[in-house]
Design a protein around this ligand. Structure first.
Ligand SMILES: Nc1ncnc2c1ncn2[C@@H]1O[C@H](COP(=O)(O)OP(=O)(O)OP(=O)(O)O)[C@@H](O)[C@H]1O
Length: 277
């Protein structure tokens, strides 16, 4: 496996108007590496992903994929997007959505129908979606739809897999299953995984490094280096306590009264997990 970085940020700064999301970020992500990106709402996690998709431009510095400047539509990059329910007017079955990932984004290359069918079946099985392969996507729950998005992103066998809160609306069992599938992509295919999440515990066994964004600052390092009371309190500019309980990371407010997600903030959407569309 090559040890050259597949993703390189060099002195990268992103701001919207006077609001700086991060500055002078130097980051190299290597093939097979699993990078978790944490931070409160609005800290710039999706924007960070967008810079690697070529849809958001840096204010200064550079980002490159496989040594070349980022460009839109690169088939080196796969995306599991942040969840938005499919509307009733999406006339696709679950398997059609996954098939788009297999042959839908390669202009000029048509893969034989049978080969597409076989690959789609494999992907559906991988993410635990075989049981609803022929149902319309608009009839599926948020968690079921999310598993299809994972299958679609994996279909192109990307070298960089960008995951924008892929565990949202999944129950615990499927959080673990999807995390494992994504990790396998890194371990077996040498893909770099960049995984935005508010839930670090399901991916703790797989994470190599954490990039934590908050208040226009960042901290990059191993889980043990970043998930510390002193580091998070400094990033937030307020007391935050990080505890380890039975191998899980628990973040509590400085007064010790409230448990927070690992990004230190509460989220209304946490209550909607696998609650349906
Ligand atoms: N194109 C844009 N123009 C102006 N401001 C933007 C733009 N895109 C994002 N922002 C702002 O930048 C900040 C970071 O947004 P972003 O979506 O990256 O945050 P996030 O960390 O992914 O948040 P969440 O956890 O809520 O998904 C937000 O305040 C957002 O309003």
């Amino acid at each position: 496996m090559s040890t050259s970085p597949i993703v390189t940020f060099d002195a990268a700064t992103l701001a919207f108007g006077s609001r700086v999301l991060w500055q002078e970020l130097n980051l190299q992500v290597r093939p097979g590496e699993f990078l978790a990106v944490l931070g409160p709402n609005g800290s710039g996690k999706t924007s960070f992903i967008n810079t690697m998709l070529g849809t958001t431009a840096l204010n200064s510095g550079t980002v490159s994929i496989a040594g070349a400047p980022v460009r839109r539509g690169s088939n080196l990059v796969g995306l599991i997007p942040q969840q938005r329910p499919f509307g009733d007017n999406v006339p696709l079955r679950a398997r059609d959505l996954v098939a788009l990932g297999v042959d839908g984004n390669r202009p000029g290359i048509r893969i034989a129908r049978k080969a597409v069918h076989t690959k789609v079946d494999q992907l559906l099985e991988l993410v635990g979606a075989s049981a609803y392969a022929d149902r319309p996507v608009s009839d599926l729950s948020g968690g079921e739809q999310q598993r299809l998005r994972a299958a679609q992103a994996l279909a192109g066998d990307p070298r960089v897999l960008l995951c924008d809160e892929p565990l949202l609306s999944l129950d615990l069992h499927h959080q673990q299953a999807i995390s494992q599938v994504i990790h396998r992509q890194a371990a077996q295919h040498g893909a770099a995984v960049i995984f935005v999440t508010h839930e670090i515990n399901p991916i703790l066994p797989y994470v190599d490094r954490v990039l934590y964004l908050a208040e226009g600052k960042f901290h990059l390092g191993s889980v043990d280096e970043v998930m510390q009371s002193s580091v998070l309190s400094r990033l937030y500019g307020a007391p935050v306590e990080v505890l380890r309980v039975n191998g899980r990371i628990v973040v509590v407010s400085g007064d010790g009264q409230r448990q927070l997600p690992p990004d230190g903030h509460e989220h209304a959407e946490d209550a909607t997990r696998e609650s349906g569309k």
